[in-house]
Design a protein around this ligand. Structure first.
Ligand code: EPZ
Length: 429
């Protein structure tokens, strides 16, 4: 997982009529909270089907810094089976560089407060898509009895007599905020109710894992989650859910390539209820398979209008990739990015490839062009990196994509998976 670049040139190995197959990995955004939840108990947690991506590797280093041990088994399919043991926690202070490497690190707050009644973390940095504040996490933990002190770049949280249950009403839906509070409440004294909780499937996955560890959570996957605190949790084994954002990303790549691809790993119509209908609106055909979808793109895409929104709306994590696909649509598409204040960093790079996109605040207008052209472009964040791959698949000529370390944060085995879709790319170290 180095930096380096990708070379994407004349694409298809598509023999007409060939049906390709892609198996998706475990979900990065489920693996991150589940890995951290494993330290809530003094036992061993075995996690299967964890994606081999740098966000996971960095989080494992952070857990080991806390005193946990993690043993890794690389599987033939490129995923990891992990055994996490956290019978002791050596420190509750994480103010090092590792906190800045992955946003998921903010999720240590809830578990450490629950188990050790104190925690000190470095303020997780923002990133290119936005400031990424955690004020809602902190306010909710304070309502459970934690004393929060911010000293410069460090946040201290203290609950010497333990956390107590609370009635928490999130002013806006926050995915990791909901996850942090779910984990904190598992060992609190009494009942906690999370209202206006986020509904993402990764939250359901985390709640199921915690319940297997002996937690008492109901309502996860709805906007009211109830957690009855228990005195301790025990180890368990669990398979991480499929990565719906990876699946959607490859569906877009397949649609642009013109290849027929079976994207396998889950019931993607129910995991991506805000995305699949928009792809169909753009002319993409889907055939239902057992545990997947057969994807076939049109000769020309239709323009669509998209508003990103919390689940079950259109996922912001598929916005850049969809924008790349719509560059070649017949007609003007509109994308409103309603979650992140700066998630259009990929627009300048797409325009350098010949796209015609203009931005007005949170609204991007994608006007039709006849062709995209290969050139050298630079990825700015994880999902923008995949968007550039989509554009490169559609472009005439060779595209060099720099900054692929962003890609490695959340996508594993990209060369092999694109090859499985009939698309050949080269990794330039
Ligand atoms: C999670 O981030 C995902 N990351 C993001 O995926 C995803 O884009 C995001 O949810 C939205 O779906 C992980 O799960 C690790 P939020 P998170 O808290 O939890 C505001 C990817 O590409 N907010 O749901 O950090 C915030 O500014 C990544 O895989 C506050 O104001 O997002 C944003 O506008 C990128 N205060 C909105 O809420 C807070 O305390 C939603 O953010 C927390 C959030």
């Amino acid at each position: 997982m180095g930096t380096g670049g990708l070379c994407v040139s004349a694409i298809n190995s598509k023999a007409a009529g060939t049906v390709h197959r892609l198996d998706t990995a475990g979900a990065k955004n489920s693996a991150l909270p589940t890995l951290i939840a494993a330290v809530l108990n003094g036992g061993r947690a075995d996690l299967y089907g964890v994606p081999h991506v740098s966000d996971v590797e960095n989080l494992l280093k952070l857990l080991e810094r806390l005193g946990a041990t993690a043993s890794r088994q690389m599987r033939a399919d490129g995923m990891l089976n992990l055994s996490i043991t956290a019978d002791r926690i050596d420190t509750t202070k994480l103010t090092n560089d590792l906190m800045k490497t992955t946003r998921g690190s903010v999720l240590v707050l809830g578990p450490l407060l629950a188990r050790k009644r104190k925690c000190c973390i470095a303020k997780p940095g923002g990133c290119s898509i936005g400031k990424r504040p955690i004020d809602l996490h902190l306010a909710a933990l304070a309502s459970m009895g934690a004393k929060i002190t911010e000293l410069g770049e460090e946040i201290y949280a203290d609950a010497p007599s333990g956390l107590h249950g609370a009635d928490i009403d999130f002013p806006i839906k926050t995915v990791t905020g909901t996850e942090n509070l779910m984990m904190a409440a598992t060992l609190a004294n009494g009942k906690t109710i999370l209202k206006n909780a986020a509904l993402e499937p990764e939250i359901t996955d985390l709640g199921n894992f915690l319940n297997q560890m002996g937690a008492r959570i109901t309502g996860h996957g709805t906007d009211i989650i109830t957690i009855e605190g228990v005195t301790n949790l025990s180890g368990t084994e669990y398979t991480i859910m499929t990565d719906r954002i990876e699946a959607g990303s490859y569906m877009i790549a397949a649609a642009v390539s013109g290849n027929i691809v079976d994207v396998m790993g889950g019931d993607f119509r129910s995991l991506l209820p805000g995305f699949i209908p928009k792809m169909e609106g753009a002319g993409v055909e889907f055939e239902d398979l057992d545990n997947g979808l057969r994807v076939k793109g049109p000769d020309r895409f239709r323009a669509v209008e998209i508003d990103t929104a919390p689940h079950p709306g259109f996922p912001t994590d598929l916005q850049p990739q969809m924008m790349a696909m719509l560059c070649l649509a017949d007609g003007e598409s509109i994308i409103r990015e309603n979650i992140w204040e700066n998630r259009f960093m990929h627009v300048a790079e797409l325009n350098r490839m010949g796209a015609n996109i203009t931005i007005d605040g949170p609204v991007a207008r994608i006007r039709p062009v006849k062709q995209l052209y290969g050139t050298t472009v630079t990825a700015t964040d994880l999902r923008a990196a995949f968007a550039l791959i989509v554009a490169a698949i559609a472009a005439r000529g060779e595209t060099i994509i720099k900054g692929v370390h962003h890609l490695d944060r959340g996508y594993s085995c990209v060369k092999e998976k694109l090859a499985a879709c009939g698309l050949n790319i080269e990794r330039i170290m």
